[in-house]
Design a protein around this ligand. Structure first.
Ligand code: SF4
Ligand code: SF4
Length: 182
């Protein structure tokens, strides 16, 4: 009891509080100043998906719909088509990802046999209109293009657009070439 009265008279609790504040003046702040400053994201970050092209501008996607089958959220719709000049060559005539359903698990990226899908580090895609988040082939390819051109990203981030380690963005093997033609 006497201790409490003594503490109250000397305002010791205020002194305690002020000493804590003073101590923190010399500690590095951990607050993120977003959006002025943005965090450096880890290379494993799973942001919005994008469709990829080869260096010569050819679309990678062969419309096999394996990504659609692998997606647990049923967020992907692929409408496959056949190239009239090369009847055995297929491509995605239409391609949609409903990002509102996507859980960013990356199963579709893993399922794709030609690395046509890649996760990016883009996370700023919120919208007031849900329809903006139904991405079609054009917007997915343009996302891939923006990142391929740099898009203000660091070399490490640019590298990450490819799902496979050491990917060179070229048709590298006969196996891959055969998959594109089938
Ligand atoms: S990341 Fe997962 S949930 Fe999102 S589209 Fe791909 S498979 Fe579907
Ligand atoms: S799995 Fe790859 S190649 Fe097949 S439809 Fe999906 S993105 Fe295209």
């Amino acid at each position: 009891m006497i201790k409490k009265v003594f503490k109250n008279i000397l305002f010791l609790e205020i002194v305690d509080g002020l000493s804590l504040t003073f101590k923190h003046m010399f500690v590095r702040a951990v607050t993120e100043q977003y959006p002025r400053k943005k965090r450096v994201l880890p290379d494993t970050y799973r942001g919005i998906l994008s469709l990829q092209k080869y260096d010569d501008g050819t679309e990678r996607c062969v419309g096999c719909a394996l990504c659609e089958a692998a997606c647990p959220s049923m967020a992907i719709t692929v409408v496959s088509g056949e190239d009239e000049k090369f009847p055995q060559r297929r491509f995605s005539r239409e391609y949609y990802i409903d990002i509102t359903r996507c859980v960013f698990c990356g199963f579709c990226v893993d399922a794709c046999p030609v690395d046509a899908l890649a996760m990016t580090k883009v996370y700023e895609f919120s919208s007031y209109d849900k329809n903006d988040l139904l991405l079609n082939k054009k917007s997915l390819l343009s996302l891939g293009d923006t990142i391929a051109k740099g898009g203000g990203m660091t070399p490490v981030e640019r590298k990450y657009k490819f799902p496979m380690e050491g990917e060179t963005n070229k048709i590298e093997s006969k196996k891959e070439e055969a998959l594109i033609l089938c």
